[in-house]
Design a binder for this molecule. Structure first.
Ligand SMILES: [Zn+2]
Length: 147
């Protein structure tokens, strides 16, 4: 005779580290899918090369270290590995793209926002995750990125 032992699963509280990783993944998927065409191809905003969205990266204008704009859909666009890593963000080309798309006022606001200090807490990150999850749903309905 075997005795079935059922263990109560521990309800783990989310940690800042785990939430940050979850948001990074969810947000990156959104950014890379936002600009893709009907075949799933995304275009690098720096060099114009096309890749399947899974092979492109989420490029940041204001760098990821700035937490206030790390998950901003205005600050992030699809960027290829060559531009994002090998060319260290291909910053000049991304600046051309950004200033073509946004007004000087919008760019000033974005940069100012990036300079704000953000303390990552579990409640704050849960709020970000909720917002980012909604963006992901919209990306499919919105189709290719329009200027
Ligand atoms: Zn590129």
């Amino acid at each position: 005779m075997t005795v079935k032992v059922t263990r109560k699963k521990k309800q783990r509280k989310p940690t800042v580290k785990a939430l940050k990783a979850k948001i990074d993944k969810t947000f990156s998927d959104y950014i890379r899918q936002r600009g893709m065409d009907e075949k799933g191809m995304a275009t690098c905003v720096c060099c114009g090369t096309q890749y399947p969205w899974q092979r492109i990266q989420c490029g940041h204008y204001c760098r990821r270290v700035h937490l206030a704009t790390r998950w901003s859909e205005v600050n992030c666009f699809p960027v290829c590995y060559a531009c994002n890593v090998l060319r260290r963000g291909n910053y000049a080309s991304m600046a051309v793209f950004m200033y073509d798309r946004f007004s000087k006022k919008q760019m000033t606001q974005l940069v100012a926002l990036s300079q704000q200090k953000v303390k990552l807490t579990v409640p704050y990150l849960l709020g970000v995750l909720e917002r980012v999850r909604k963006l992901s749903v919209q990306s499919i309905a919105n189709g290719p990125l329009k200027k």
